[in-house]
Design a binder for this molecule. Structure first.
Ligand code: 1CP
Length: 328
């Protein structure tokens, strides 16, 4: 999950004096930051250290990630002329990303050969929200105004962004990432009707674009309980579930054969271990009831003030409980 490494003192010391986007474009830093949670927590998979706005920057968008705020866009996209200035992404602009992924894969193969590397990208709607609003948004009102007021412009913008995300993912996967997650963090602000009409076709296109690579794919959003059914139609192998939905309910909303991922509340990591441990066990047991398969994860990103000892304890508990249930 996003910011998995942010709670680690070793992350903060490596990052000091470097902006977030500089760090994302420096292969030595990306490699080291990606590996930190693997070493410290013993997780089964590493998530590539980058950000959903990196491919926008590579396509020429003037964007920075401000500490304590998030991505800020200098010239928001609000008209046809603004969209015309948004270039396609030339994969040659992502040579550093390919270099980072190859270096991480080589380190993992040498030190943690069973640890998978997961690549990621932002989904077209979530990227569009940052571009249209100009930064993080509470209500996404300008985004919805364009979606409803100029559906053709909105659709053309999401198509362009979908192609950018597909290109970003393809570079990661061809360089050695073994699975990918599409983050549609803000989709949960939409009604099922609007999601289906204006967003689903574009997210589906991203999964279709990468189908030839035949790697496992994950699809995640926040506050998407009511959207799990339409989101599950986009074509991922795994549906991410945030912490507001019971896994048993999620199980009945996704496609037959589709796996679930989730969904421990990140704030639960602040609870005493005697309270947290049975919650972890309960989630693993519920997840393994789902016939399509199950991946344990948090229901959203690790909070920055999390005690860095806690995620590793959770990993141990997940391994203990799943071995007890599955044997071995
Ligand atoms: O855990 C990791 O380090 C993996 C790398 C990763 C991922 C998968 C980062 C690094 N960002 C992301 C995805 C991402 N970025 C998402 C989708 C996942 C989610 O919903 O959490 C989103 C919405 C962003 C945009 C973004 N970047 C935000 C959210 C702002 C908002 O609108 O509320 C923030 C705070 C960032 C900065 C960022 N990205 C990543 C890190 C480690 C940070 C924090 C920078 C720092 O202070 O060190």
């Amino acid at each position: 999950m996003r910011q998995a490494g942010r709670s680690l003192p070793e992350y903060r010391s490596l990052r000091s004096g470097t902006t977030m986007l500089q760090a994302c474009r420096t292969p030595e830093l990306v490699t080291e930051i990606t590996l930190q949670p693997v070493r410290r927590h013993g997780v089964d998979a590493a998530i590539f250290f980058s950000d959903i706005v990196v491919p926008l920057q590579a396509a020429g968008v003037d964007v920075e990630i401000q500490a304590g705020v998030g991505p800020v866009i200098a010239h928001p996209v609000r008209s046809r002329a603004d969209l015309d200035r948004l270039a396609e992404l030339d994969p040659a602009e992502l040579a550093d990303i390919a270099e980072s992924v190859s270096a991480i894969r080589a380190e993992l193969d040498a030190q943690h050969p069973d640890t998978a590397l997961i690549g990621f990208a932002g989904a077209p709607f979530t990227l569009a929200s940052y571009l249209i609003e100009g930064g993080p948004s509470r209500n996404h009102e300008r985004t919805k105004a364009m979606m409803l007021g100029d559906p053709q412009l909105f659709s053309d913008l999401l198509s362009r962004l979908g192609a950018i995300s597909s290109a970003f993912l393809r570079v990661q996967l061809e360089a050695g990432a073994q699975a990918f997650q599409l983050f549609d963090s803000w989709a949960g602000y939409l009604s099922p009707q609007d999601y289906r009409a204006s967003v689903l076709p574009h997210s589906s296109q991203v999964f279709a674009d990468l189908a030839d690579l035949a790697v496992p794919s994950f699809h995640f959003g926040v506050q998407t309980g009511e959207l799990l059914a339409p989101m599950s139609e986009a074509g991922s192998d795994v549906m991410g579930v945030d912490f507001r939905v019971d896994l048993a309910d999620a199980s009945s909303r996704v496609q037959t054969g589709q796996a679930l991922q989730g969904n421990l509340d990140p704030a639960m990591l602040f609870a005493p271990w005697e309270v947290l441990r049975p919650r972890v066990e309960q989630i693993v047991r519920a997840g393994l009831e789902h016939p399509g398969g199950y991946v344990f994860n948090l229901g959203h990103g690790v909070l920055p003030t999390t005690d860095p000892e806690v995620p590793g304890r959770i990993v141990e508990e997940v391994h203990r409980v799943s071995a007890e249930i599955l044997g071995g």
